[in-house]
Design a protein around this ligand. Structure first.
Ligand SMILES: [Zn+2]
Length: 115
């Protein structure tokens, strides 16, 4: 632990290496990220970084600490898209199959002969 001066609010603080801003400022960054994500549910990590100006290392830190769950949310979204797509394909496939079956049935319609 070293005493440092926060780059953001200029207050002294104690921290391990790698941190250039104090906990108070980190919390306020965290809140802006949280707010951004709640308003932009489909945002990617890069969009979050671009739009909040929060450095990636802090986002990585929150992901590591489990305070942010970007990854699983993104995966969930992707899974949902994939499942929607699968359902659509299944629907179309069954429609096509029905049509094909109809055609087949028509072809195989027994022909009646009058004796
Ligand atoms: Zn600060």
């Amino acid at each position: 632990m070293d005493e440092r001066i926060c780059e953001s609010c200029k207050n002294p603080f104690f921290a391990d290496a790698n941190l250039s801003i104090c906990n108070v400022c980190i919390e306020s960054l965290f809140n802006s990220v949280k707010e951004y994500i709640s308003e932009n549910r489909n945002a990617t990590i890069n969009e979050v970084i671009e739009n909040t100006n929060v450095k990636r290392k802090y986002i990585n830190k929150w992901l590591r600490e489990g305070r942010l769950d970007l990854k699983s949310k993104l995966v969930d979204d992707e899974m949902k898209k994939i499942n929607d797509f699968k359902n659509q394909v299944a629907k179309i496939t069954s429609l096509v199959e029905d049509k094909e079956n109809d055609k087949l049935m028509n072809k195989q319609k027994p022909k009646f002969h009058i004796k």
